[in-house]
Unconditional design. Structure first.
Length: 332
């Protein structure tokens, strides 16, 4: 058994398997966890410098890795044994005009069916410090182009974090602008979703954000978690096609939701628990059932209702445990 003691961690599904990949940002390890037993299957990588989000194409894993003074890289690891197949650092100084990735965060892949004839499959990495998206070819992580700039206007980003790719569109957690920003793969801005939560009151207002950081996409649905304030205890579900809010799941049992990932039938939320001041934060995964309609379970549960729905979490020793959390789901 392995204890997932992490200052923050991220999770992504591994296509075609009953496993998820968890990034341990404190120890720099990548853990492959069975979704059946909750146990570690293997350690894909060890001692990376602050691995953040990952994306998998079924044979390789793409990892955003931070480096000294914020400079980072995007690396490609073989899923079967963790061998490094490519690194964005191999292409400096041609990497976007000599500007490397700074504090890379989210990673997303172009679907294989979306790749044009004679075109390379694209990997999208969030360059958090430079407030932009860097685009690489998936084969050798050669830089292709970048887009985005700092600001709060249409087409601008401020501290972007998580990213999801769906049907030719990128959905970016524009954290400090408290919104989702939608772009085409070529960098053309399409729409903005959400907006800042009103400052009065602590209860989350459906469809608004404080600081969205984690995002995943499945069945044409976007699952977004906040990492700031009381919003770190909610999951919002939007339609990736119409951009409309479908569900709001309130889960007071969460401590600080950071990232999320999906498999065919589950949503996994990375939850950091404990006090940072005491020398680190332990982490767990919270698992919720998922269908094409969204997150399943009871709907319209009152805050004072004692009949709390059950969710399953993986605790710090990776043992599956039954826990309860009061939640509310609103369907529009």
């Amino acid at each position: 058994m392995v204890a997932l003691g992490v200052s923050s961690h991220f999770v992504s599904g591994l296509p075609g398997s009953k496993e998820v990949l968890v990034s341990n940002t404190r120890d720099g390890d990548l853990h492959v966890i069975s979704t059946v037993s909750g146990m570690e299957v293997r350690r894909l990588a060890k001692g990376l410098r602050e691995p953040f989000c990952t994306a998998c194409d079924g044979t390789a894993v793409y990892v955003a890795v931070n480096g000294p003074r914020g400079a980072g890289t995007l690396i490609k690891l073989r899923l079967s044994d963790g061998k490094c197949l490519a690194s964005s650092a191999d292409h400096l100084p041609t990497n976007f005009g000599g500007e490397p990735l700074i504090d890379p965060f989210g990673v997303a892949l172009e679907a294989e069916a979306e790749v044009g004839a004679g075109k390379p499959r694209r990997c999208f990495a969030i360059d958090r410090r430079n407030h932009r998206v860097c685009v690489f070819d998936c084969a050798q992580l050669h830089p292709l182009y970048a887009f985005g700039s700092e600001g709060n206007g249409f087409g601008e980003l401020d501290d972007p974090c998580g990213v999801a790719a769906y049907d030719g569109k990128l959905f970016i957690c524009d954290r400090c602008n408290s919104r989702l920003h939608v772009f085409r793969y070529n960098g053309a801005p399409l729409a903005m979703m959400g907006g800042a939560q009103p400052p009065t009151g602590e209860k989350p207002v459906p469809g608004t954000f404080l600081g969205p950081s984690g995002i995943a996409c499945k069945h044409g649905l976007l699952f977004i978690v906040d990492s700031m304030g009381t919003r770190c205890r909610t999951i919002q579900v939007f339609s990736a096609d119409t951009h409309s809010l479908r569900q709001l799941i309130r889960m007071p049992g969460l401590s600080r939701a950071v990232g999320c990932g999906v498999t065919d039938d589950h949503l996994y939320v990375a939850d950091a628990i404990g006090a940072v001041a005491s020398g680190g934060v332990d982490g767990r995964l919270v698992r919720l059932d998922l269908t094409v309609q969204g997150i399943t379970g009871r709907r319209f549960v009152d805050d004072d209702d004692d009949d709390e729905p059950i969710y399953t979490s993986v605790d710090v020793s990776n043992q599956l445990q039954e826990r309860t959390a009061a939640s509310m789901s609103i369907t529009y």
